[in-house]
Design a binder for this molecule. Structure first.
Ligand code: C5J
Length: 216
């Protein structure tokens, strides 16, 4: 068993029953010209997350923790993209439109791929997800149950959207969840802080928050 200092109290887990869920470390969210930028966000705010997320992946691999990568993306014909999601907001380019990294948020396009530092390795699981939560319309829950996973460690972007949504979905399904602060980020730093505070409040109502610096 491994015990990490965390909030609201230490997070204790068996690496053989634990998976890392690295959320949406895709070029479309992190690099200029992608989905995040088309929504008017300053994507440079996510740059520091890349090194920390890569360090978290390396830490997990060293302990034999199974690594899962999610990517938010849609089929080329957009049949898995609800019209409400397609219409939402006033982006300069919509999902499926051609951009500088290919069609925005479409599976198989360069922008929907992972940033090089977070490229999956053999044995990792990659989950393509049409929603913000990684359990919606995916095989994630079945895969975790097949491997008898009980604990999940989270990183990725953005903290208050896809990371928090997935963590809440996982919490409702009975997984013990912890998020690593340095390895997650938001276009809105205040939203990241609030999401972390919400997660660990009330005795860890959604789960634990912990720091990479405390993970030996
Ligand atoms: C967003 C995500 N922010 N991966 N997606 O739309 O958080």
């Amino acid at each position: 068993m491994i015990t990490i200092p965390a909030q609201p109290d230490p997070f204790r887990f068996d690496p053989r029953r634990t998976a890392l869920v690295m959320i949406d470390m895709q070029r479309d969210f992190i690099e200029p010209g992608g989905f995040g930028a088309t929504l008017g966000n300053d994507v440079s705010l996510l740059a520091p997350v890349v090194d920390a997320a890569a360090a978290l992946v390396a830490w997990c691999r060293a302990l034999g923790i199974w690594v899962i990568h999610t990517k938010e993306c849609h089929r080329p014909d957009l049949s898995d993209c609800p019209p409400a999601k397609l219409r939402r907001g006033k982006p300069s380019l919509r999902i499926g439109d051609p951009g500088v990294m290919g069609r925005i948020l479409i599976d198989g396009e360069p922008g929907a791929d992972f940033v090089p530092a977070l490229a999956p390795a053999p044995g990792d699981l990659v989950i393509a997800k049409p929603g913000k939560g990684a359990f919606y319309a995916t095989v994630l829950e079945d895969e975790l149950k097949a491997r008898h996973i009980t604990h999940l460690i989270f990183g990725g972007v953005t903290t208050e959207v896809c990371v928090q949504t997935t963590m809440r979905e996982a919490n409702d399904r009975g997984f013990e969840c912890a998020i690593v602060e340095e390895a997650t980020g938001s276009y809105f730093p205040e939203f990241k802080d609030s999401a972390l505070a919400m997660i660990r409040a009330q005795g860890g109502i959604v789960g634990w928050t912990m720091k990479l610096a405390d993970m030996p």
